[in-house]
Ligand binder design. Structure first.
Ligand SMILES: *[C@@H]1O[C@H](CO)[C@@H](O)[C@H](O)[C@H]1NC(C)=O
Ligand SMILES: *[C@@H]1O[C@H](CO)[C@@H](O)[C@H](O)[C@H]1NC(C)=O
Ligand SMILES: *[C@@H]1O[C@H](CO)[C@@H](O)[C@H](O)[C@H]1NC(C)=O
Ligand SMILES: *[C@@H]1O[C@H](CO)[C@@H](O)[C@H](O)[C@H]1NC(C)=O
Ligand SMILES: *[C@@H]1O[C@H](CO)[C@@H](O)[C@H](O)[C@H]1NC(C)=O
Length: 590
């Protein structure tokens, strides 16, 4: 009987292994890291090739990795908003909050006077604001992705009191418009960009704009192939807007990638006040000198004086189409635009660290100390430059298949209200008994060290064992001895307690020294340590053990019988999987 069961279990185990192997995706991701305290989190690691600690600005990295292929369906747990410290160590994974689907434009912004987390979530057609406890505070804009919602830009203006974001309208340009702009006979299927400004508190739409009839179809530089193909191909993305900002005079700055143009749009009547044209073509209203750019991203107004507007952006310098390149590699540009003299000139330029292109878009962010933080998108490459262009930080994700839309750096302090996570195990090796305790706290920014204490099942007794400085997302604390129940307490830089974990039961290895176990039992239950109590306890243990064994064998036999009846075994569930899922559900709020 016993052998039959063992064989049955062995067979089912092997079958499970085969089924699991078949389900493994073909591509293997490299440089991913997992944690004992958070089995639901897997995070891509960074290769940091330049890091000058004295020169970089303080702050964390805000990156939202996604895979090359597809972002509509849930992917790996590394997809979504992530915060890393300035050396690339994980601080927060928000993957679970967004169904492991790509988010864009993740960073910190002023919302109603508070610096909060923000991101654009395309699958829901919404912008999200998260508070310092990583709870959703507000969602803004409900639109259909690809139809009315444009995920590229979502931010606040007017000192955090207004949201400004892009929209789009897939429609038909009238035959009259198509004839007039393109000389094309018939309606033309086009995506018209638009944008909206909304009050943060009331949600009221304060301004709404649509390019229809405002920006001619002939402004597009995405024009390869015959015009019929463009107009009948379904929603010709003739402008592809990717950034919107507001100028101090109340008018708007719109960037459209497929016309290589930055437009100033009137807040009075929606008309085009000027064009700053990347290719320096006939339509530029400015004398451009030697300034040329194309397929630009993240266009932002930065500052102004009486004569000039200062604008920053990432110049991709070419597109995927056959249009000639305007520069050999992508770069960050800071330009001065004079509306009086109608001139535009480069003030500063920051080169792609490898003189490459930023295939998956990118970003330009001035930092408070004068440095510039550039996101180059592909493999999430990002770099920090001093004002004179010297690279003081350069980092890239180890995994080639991952990228990010934009990358930012912000000082950020969080205040999570859920408890830290803990995992503990113990074993005896060469007659030395050790307990390893692992502690992490997803999203916490203020932990300086961890206090480990042993306790009882209910957490009523407590004996502090040691204090260990935090050493990354997950800190290992070792204790020379066996502790059956443990808790960790997060301490800040002043030793003040921030939060305590739940009680964890230590996973004991089979070889654990019985004396250490007895000693711990003595600490836990000093009153019930008499021999009789011990023997009755042992008696009870033998009884339960026997009962358990019997039930297990019975169950095994029934299991085997059922499988045989069904003839074709279908083993889909690996033992323990259910437990893992429950654990993940439990963790999903953190
Ligand atoms: C925003 O804040 C700046 C600096 O505090 C102030 O000068 C400006 O008037 C404010 N603008 C608005 C629209 O409140
Ligand atoms: C899209 O554009 C068409 C044509 O200008 C207009 O009639 C329609 O209202 C617009 N739709 C939206 C959602 O703005
Ligand atoms: C305004 O800024 C531009 C660009 O930095 C500079 O060339 C110009 O001299 C400044 N004008 C004034 C009046 O400060
Ligand atoms: C940037 O340039 C590269 C190289 O030409 C191109 O493949 C890519 O599509 C461009 N990116 C954008 C967003 O236009
Ligand atoms: C606990 O588990 C980890 C991971 O398997 C292992 O490296 C470590 O040695 C274990 N610690 C003890 C004390 O058994």
């Amino acid at each position: 009987m016993r052998y039959t069961c063992s064989v049955a279990f062995l067979l089912s185990y092997l079958t499970c292994m085969i089924v699991a192997a078949e389900k493994t995706p073909k591509y293997e991701y490299h440089g991913m890291r997992k944690f004992l305290t958070r089995p639901d989190i897997e995070v891509p690691t960074w290769k940091v090739s330049v890091y000058d600690e004295a020169k970089v600005a303080p702050g964390h990295w805000f990156v939202a990795p996604y895979e090359v292929n597809g972002n509509k369906k849930p992917g790996g747990s590394w997809i979504g908003p992530h915060i890393f410290d300035s050396t690339g160590e994980l601080v927060w994974s928000g993957s679970h909050m967004f169904k492991r689907i790509n988010v864009m434009d993740f960073g910190v912004m002023d919302v109603g006077g508070e610096d909060l987390l923000s991101l654009s979530y395309a699958v829901e057609g919404r912008g999200y604001i998260l508070d310092k406890q990583y709870k959703v505070k507000q969602t803004v804009v409900e639109g259909m992705t690809g139809k009315t919602y444009n995920m590229h830009d979502f931010h606040t203006v007017e000192n955090g009191s207004h949201f400004l974001y892009l929209q789009r309208n897939i429609t038909h340009a009238s035959a009259q418009l198509a004839k007039q702009d393109l000389g094309y006979d018939g309606e033309c299927s086009v995506t018209f960009p638009g944008f909206e400004e909304r009050d943060v508190k009331t949600g009221e739409v304060l301004f709404k704009w649509d390019a229809t009839g405002k920006i001619p179809l002939s402004d597009s530089t995405l024009t390869h192939g015959p015009v019929e193909n463009r107009c009948t191909g379904g929603a010709w993305d003739y402008l592809h807007s990717n950034a919107i900002d507001k100028l101090p005079d109340g008018h708007y700055l719109l960037s459209t990638r497929h016309s290589d143009t930055i437009y100033k749009i009137s807040a009075d009547d929606g008309s085009i006040l000027w064009r700053l044209h990347g290719l320096g073509g006939d339509r530029s209203d400015f004398a451009m000198g030697d300034l040329k750019f194309s397929r630009q991203h993240d266009v932002r107004f930065r500052e102004h004086n009486v004569t000039h507007l200062i604008i920053s952006f990432l110049d991709n310098a070419t597109g995927a189409d056959p249009q000639p390149a305007t520069h050999e590699w992508s770069r960050g540009l800071l330009i001065a635009v004079s509306e009086r003299d109608m001139t535009a000139a480069v003030i500063a330029s920051y080169d792609h660290p490898q003189h490459g292109k930023s295939y998956r878009r990118g970003s330009y962010q001035p930092l408070p100390n004068g440095n510039v933080f550039m996101g180059w998108s592909e493999q999430a490459l990002h770099s920090e430059h001093t004002p004179d262009g010297k690279i003081v930080m350069e980092a890239v994700l180890t995994e080639h298949k991952l990228g990010t839309y934009r990358s930012f750096k912000f000082p950020f302090t969080a205040d999570p209200q859920y408890p830290p996570d803990i995992y503990a195990n113990a074993s005896t090796f060469a007659s030395i008994t050790q307990t390893s305790v692992y502690a992490s706290w997803n999203g916490a920014t203020e932990v300086a060290s961890w206090r480990l204490s042993k306790t009882d099942k209910k957490g009523e007794k407590s004996l502090p064992l040691t204090i260990m400085p935090r050493s990354g997302f997950e800190t290992l604390i070792t204790y020379d001895g066996y502790a059956k129940y443990v808790v960790v307490e997060a301490l800040d830089i002043n030793g003040r307690s921030l939060h305590t974990s739940d009680v964890a039961k230590t996973v004991a290895s089979k070889n654990l020294d019985p004396d250490a176990v007895a000693e711990e039992q003595q600490w836990l239950h000093p009153e019930s340590s008499s021999a009789s109590a011990g023997s009755s306890l042992r008696g009870f243990g033998v009884f339960t053990g026997g009962l358990f064994c019997g039930v297990a064998l019975l169950w095994g036999a029934l299991f085997w019988k059922r499988r045989r009846e069904r003839r074709r075994p279908r083993y889909e569930r690996v033992a323990g999987e259910e437990e893992d899922e429950t654990k993940m559900d439990e963790l999903s709020h953190r």
